[in-house]
Design a protein around this ligand. Structure first.
Ligand SMILES: Nc1nc2c(ncn2[C@@H]2O[C@H](COP(=O)(O)OP(=O)(O)OP(=O)(O)O)[C@@H](O)[C@H]2O)c(=O)[nH]1
Ligand SMILES: [Mg+2]
Length: 262
């Protein structure tokens, strides 16, 4: 954190990327180069089978459970949609109002333990500005989950979601967990993107969706918890446990909170 508003830092991917995960699956791009054409259907992002990874149990040298590779989550979306604020809200429980300081490059913000998860979450806050896109691309492949944000008060950020999804198809792993978030719902006066529009788009692409507010904290914890639960269930692969369904969980929890009916 470099300033009051947690400014990001431009780092070389090689220098700042965490160590490679063991048994990291083949990159999506490699798979696509082998014959796939055009965007793949988004439901395959949740297949969880092909190339799925596992959280190592115990220390690789046979020790106890102290060592667990981190689960990497990336925040992506246009500049100004509230990625940094969402992360600060999740991590510190605060909304730092003030002048907007755009993230530069990519910033590693938190190695946070989600209570439901026995592995740490590493959260990468990316710059939404176009000029940093190549930096972001270098990190996609290591992400286990992506939170894709738009701003409900900014139509262009919503219209750009399709372009973000195309980019995710191109650079992220095939089974990456993805969730769409419509942020800034506290700004009811300025809202230009209806909740139904967000729901429709998410349904079209088969991704879970919720509206959030980094300012009020609405659904922020839920978004990260849902992602963490999905990653945990994938990694544990417990045959006797019922399969975790991220879509259903999100729907149930959002409905339960009674938060998002406008
Ligand atoms: N009302 C309201 N404002 C928000 C919310 N989240 C962020 N903002 C404001 O939106 C502006 C941009 O927020 P950031 O979190 O810095 O945006 P970002 O997506 O990280 O932007 P880049 O780093 O450029 O990619 C700031 O002025 C925030 O105060 C929210 O939930 N509600
Ligand atoms: Mg930012």
């Amino acid at each position: 954190m470099q300033s009051r508003r947690c400014r990001g830092s431009l780092r070389s991917p090689a220098a700042s990327r965490p160590p490679e995960r063991p048994n990291r699956p083949a990159r999506c791009r490699a798979g696509r180069a082998a014959g796939a054409r055009g965007p793949r259907p988004f439901h395959t992002l949740f297949a969880g089978g092909r190339g799925s990874w596992r959280v190592a149990r115990g220390h690789p040298r046979g020790g106890n459970d102290a060592f667990r590779p981190a689960l990497q989550v990336m925040l992506v979306g246009d500049s100004g949609v509230g990625k940094t604020c969402l992360l600060v809200r999740f991590k510190d429980g605060a909304f730092l109002a003030g002048s907007f300081i755009s993230t530069v490059g990519i910033d590693f913000r938190a190695a946070s333990l989600v209570s439901h998860l026995s592995a740490p979450l590493q959260i990468w806050d990316t710059a939404g500005q176009e000029r940093f896109r190549s930096v972001t691309h270098a990190y996609y492949r290591d992400a286990h989950a992506l939170l894709l944000l738009y701003d409900v008060t900014n139509k262009a950020s919503f219209d750009n979601i399709q372009a973000w999804l195309t980019e995710i198809h191109e650079y992220a792993q095939q089974d990456v967990v993805l969730m769409l978030l419509g942020n800034k719902v506290d700004s009811t006066q300025d809202r230009v993107v209806k909740r139904e529009d967000g729901e429709k788009l998410a349904k079209e692409y088969g991704v879970p969706f919720m509206e959030t507010s980094a300012k009020s904290g609405l659904n922020v914890e839920l978004a990260f918890t849902a992602i963490a639960k999905e990653l945990k269930h994938r990694s544990m692969k417990l045959p006797n446990e019922p399969k975790f369904k991220l879509h259903d969980y999100v729907k149930k929890e959002v409905r339960g909170s009674g938060c998002c009916r406008s």
